[in-house]
Design a protein around this ligand. Structure first.
Ligand SMILES: Cc1ncc(COP(=O)(O)OP(=O)(O)O)c(N)n1
Ligand SMILES: Cc1nc(C(=O)O)sc1CCOP(=O)(O)O
Length: 542
């Protein structure tokens, strides 16, 4: 059970940096009518709800005079500030601005959200009740921060217009599906309202969740405002909501959506011939032809060149460089060093595929030399390879194909982050779940997990190396500054192509043929629809 204590410092102003965070998980909408238990005021119930862990408060008054409304809003704002929880005002922008509340919630009969946004400015939260996709797109265009669906169930708290039918679980689920399909609405947080209480919100959150979007929380009135012990009622609600939100992976958070959108938009450029990156490979004999075909299929332009004498000329005209240590020789190492230096000097993104890095001292020493002489933008490897480079012991390695991290997601993330910190490169670690980690210019760690893919990718040789090729293609379009997005895009393209190819495979070789066909066929919309990309990794870690 989560019971919140007051924040030690109140947020003084409402700039994006200092305003309380928007969290729809347990959203209390107030009511000052007869539902209040005897002796309890709106202020008492809101205070109790904050103590119980409410994450967002909306003051909703339908008949209060403006002066009294403002007085109540001021009182609630003081309470909310103490818990660093935002206070929104229902319908009345004038009241919100008068007390410097954190924003407003508007319905379809209220002010046009675009006008509301213009009046509120960019730093106030704007929530909008939506009945359909038209409302949702309009709200998104206006700059809404979240959407609330119209009622999911019947409620005694509010009289609806004649003919209004609650959406039901299936209706909310259908709306979430549509919201996820549209680029404008995909990343907007969503809550629902109406007839919700502790004993049904768990099922509502679970049963409305789709593969690509789920509710971010529930809004309630009577489940808190009408309760004698509003603190315990809120804590009980929060318990259920947090458990349910933490259980299922969250695939459609704002950050995850952005990174998938970049992948899709870049693939669109490749498909439409608006970009055709020249990807210079120094790669191994086993995969050379496959890598070239994969680059070609996805819309890139592959070149395989190993002679040191032509590195200056060849790397110099490339959009990206992929160095793969799978079949090394001393002369290739010299060529790699020269190519890497040329790429670094000219701002060309460089990808390292440290194939079997820990398998022999020669490979490991070579990787160390490359890492000390060349600034890599992306290192793509399996867990065993990443562990070898990060000098982490105890990660199982079998040949060059695999590597298992004991300790689940937390340990995997820690490993990828350790190498990202040590090298400054984006680290793309493949496995059943792929992890992409980086340290931002501000020193923050960013990790996304890609849950896509198929075991069939492990049944043919070279899919890891080919992933590096795809990453190289995306890096060639997106450039060094977007190496993180390029790494996710390359991995996602491999995984989604693999998922599509499975349906056509009779065995490993027909899978391989289908996979290469899918490199050619996979479309931006396929990436968006299939993506299972998470960015709240720590919260979901076991
Ligand atoms: C979180 C949340 N969802 C829906 C509503 C209803 O808003 P609206 O349609 O504007 O109706 P009224 O609240 O004005 O009756 C809401 N207030 N909050
Ligand atoms: C304020 C409000 N808006 C609704 C809508 O349909 O948009 S239903 C509602 C009241 C919800 O109250 P309770 O949690 O007590 O059922």
């Amino acid at each position: 059970m989560t019971v919140t204590s007051p924040a030690s410092t109140a947020a003084a102003s409402a700039t994006p940096a200092t305003r309380p965070p928007l969290n729809l998980a347990v959203y209390l909408v107030t009511d000052s009518g007869s539902m209040l238990p005897e002796g309890k005021s709106v202020e008492d119930q809101v205070k109790a709800a904050l103590e119980g862990g409410a994450t967002l408060i909306q003051l909703r008054e339908k008949s209060l005079d403006t002066g009294a409304f403002i007085t109540r809003a001021r009182a609630l704002l003081t309470l909310c500030r103490a818990y660093n929880v935002p206070l929104l005002i229902n319908d009345r922008i004038d009241v919100a601005l008068a007390v410097d509340a954190d924003g407003v919630h508007l319905g379809q009969d209220d002010m046009d959200p675009k006008l509301a946004r213009a009046i509120l400015g960019p730093n106030k939260y704007l929530g909008v009740t939506v009945h359909n996709m038209h409302d949702a797109e309009r709200a998104a265009d206006a700059g809404a921060d979240y959407l609330g669906t119209c009622a999911i169930f019947d409620t005694q708290t509010k009289k609806h217009k004649p003919g209004f039918e609650p959406l039901g679980v299936e209706g909310v689920k259908a709306m979430l599906t549509k919201l996820a399909e549209h680029h404008k609405t995909r990343a907007l947080p969503v809550c629902t309202i109406g007839g919700l209480h502790a004993s049904n919100v768990g099922a509502v959150l679970k049963d409305t969740a789709t593969k690509t979007k789920k509710l971010d929380g529930v809004a309630v009135v009577s489940a808190i405002m009408a309760q004698k012990d509003a603190r315990a009622a809120t804590a009980q609600l929060k318990d259920v909501v947090e458990r349910e939100l933490a259980l299922a992976p969250v695939y459609a958070t704002r950050e995850a959506c952005q990174v998938v959108s970049v992948a899709a938009e870049t693939l669109r450029k490749l498909r439409e011939g608006k970009a055709s990156p020249l990807v210079h490979h120094i790669t191994n004999f086993v995969v050379m032809n496959d890598n070239a075909n994969a680059a070609l299929a996805v819309g890139g332009s592959p070149v395989m060149a190993h002679a040191e004498n032509e590195m200056e000329a060849m790397t110099g005209i490339a959009s990206s460089l992929v160095l793969n240590v799978g079949t090394l020789s001393d002369t290739w190492i010299s060529a790699m060093l020269t190519a890497g230096r040329v790429a670094n000097a000219r701002g060309i993104p460089v990808v390292l595929d440290p194939v079997g890095a820990g398998a022999t001292p020669y490979r490991l020493a070579t990787c160390r030399t490359l890492l000390s002489e060349i600034k890599f933008d992306i290192i793509k490897g399996n867990a065993g390879e990443i562990a070898a480079l990060a000098n982490v012991q105890g990660v199982e390695q079998r040949g060059v194909d695999s590597g298992e991290v004991a300790g689940g997601e937390k340990a995997s993330v820690a490993l990828a982050v350790a190498l990202a910190k040590a090298t400054g490169a984006v680290v793309a670690m493949s496995g059943a779940t792929d992890y992409v980690a980086r340290v931002t210019a501000e020193g923050k760690t960013q990790v996304v997990a890609v849950d896509n893919g198929t075991q069939w990718l492990g049944k043919i040789t070279g899919t890891g190396c080919t992933t590096a090729t795809l990453v190289g293609c995306f890096a060639g379009v997106l450039g060094k500054a977007n190496a993180f997005e390029a790494a996710v895009a390359g991995i996602l393209t491999m995984c989604v192509a693999g998922e599509k190819a499975v349906a056509l495979a009779k065995g490993p070789m027909s899978f391989k043929v289908a996979l290469f066909d899918e490199f050619f066929n996979v479309m931006p919309a396929d990436l968006v629809q299939a993506a299972k990309v998470r960015d709240r990794i720590q919260a979901n870690a076991d």
